[in-house]
Design a protein around this ligand. Structure first.
Ligand code: MG
Length: 279
């Protein structure tokens, strides 16, 4: 394992599910989101994963809001890699990619369907194909969300086809109820499969809810990158709600310290993922 490799920390600041009733510290307005991102950036995050909410706090795919958020992050977190979510909770069908023209440097891309806690997370092949082509055309780097082993195989097939270019970036998502649990053996097999099917690719992991910390640890230990933030988990312990996204980022940076991994600066993150700064 290459423990000298810098670990890229992504912070998923808001998401589309948790509300201020779940944790009043969740940033919901654009101003709160920008402030929270700045704190997380200063704590060591170099990628921000963004969803936006409307005035009522409900998830939306409103491009104006994405524009304002991107603008603020650009100003207060210079160099940070901005990733928009094209996940299914903020819109349906092509709405999910309706803000890609705003020019984030990255966007999440789910390449297959699976179950979520109370519904099917639908990612039909034609929509996946359309989103991937939009990203290619607009020079937005996809982060492939692997909720399942088949999604890693799908990413490899898309790379072969030229639908994904540059350095493929695969994120293993574990701990969503009714989808893949946080399972160490499976996690190791995911890593092995990425190395086999997509040599030269980079990978990261996101653990949902109480699995956030353990998945952070596996990522750091096994030489990958990792994601944290209040979209995935609103607590620092069973008893205590997180006060900020930065607090969760600090848990990940502490793990890097324990395992002797440097935390990637935004410059290092861009170098590793070959993502030039967009202006
Ligand atoms: Mg998301």
């Amino acid at each position: 394992m290459n423990q000298s490799k810098p670990c890229i920390i992504c912070v998923a600041i808001t998401g589309s599910v948790p509300t201020k009733d779940n944790n009043p510290n969740i940033p919901v307005s654009i101003m709160e989101q920008i402030e929270s991102t700045q704190e997380a950036f200063e704590a060591g995050a170099s990628i921000v994963h963004c969803h936006v909410r409307d005035e009522g706090g409900r998830p939306t795919s409103d491009p104006d809001r994405f524009f304002q958020l991107k603008d603020g992050i650009r100003k207060y977190c210079p160099g940070m890699i901005i990733q928009f979510s094209t996940g299914g909770r903020s819109g349906s069908g092509k709405e999910r990619g309706g803000m890609l023209h705003i020019g984030p440097e990255m966007a999440s891309l789910s390449v297959g369907s699976n179950n979520f806690p109370s519904r099917v997370y639908e990612n039909p092949p034609d929509l996946v194909d359309w989103l991937a082509r939009q990203m290619l055309e607009l020079d937005v780097r996809p982060e492939i969300e692997a909720f399942d082993l088949s999604h890693i195989h799908q990413a490899a097939a898309m790379f072969q086809e030229g639908l994904i270019r540059h350095v493929p970036y695969i994120q293993f998502v574990m701990g969503v109820k009714n989808a893949m649990p946080a399972d160490r053996d499976v996690f190791e097999y995911y890593v092995k499969t990425v190395d086999r099917l997509l040599p030269g690719a980079e990978w990261c992991g996101a653990g949902i809810g109480r699995f956030q910390r353990v998945v952070n640890e596996w990522c750091v230990e096994l030489g990958g990158h990792t994601r944290t933030g209040m979209e995935d988990n609103i607590r620092v312990s069973k008893e205590k709600l997180a006060v900020s996204n930065a607090e969760l980022v600090e848990i990940a940076t502490e793990l890097c310290f324990q395992y002797g991994r440097p935390v990637a600066s935004w410059q290092q993150a861009r170098e590793i993922l070959k993502i030039p700064l967009k202006t």
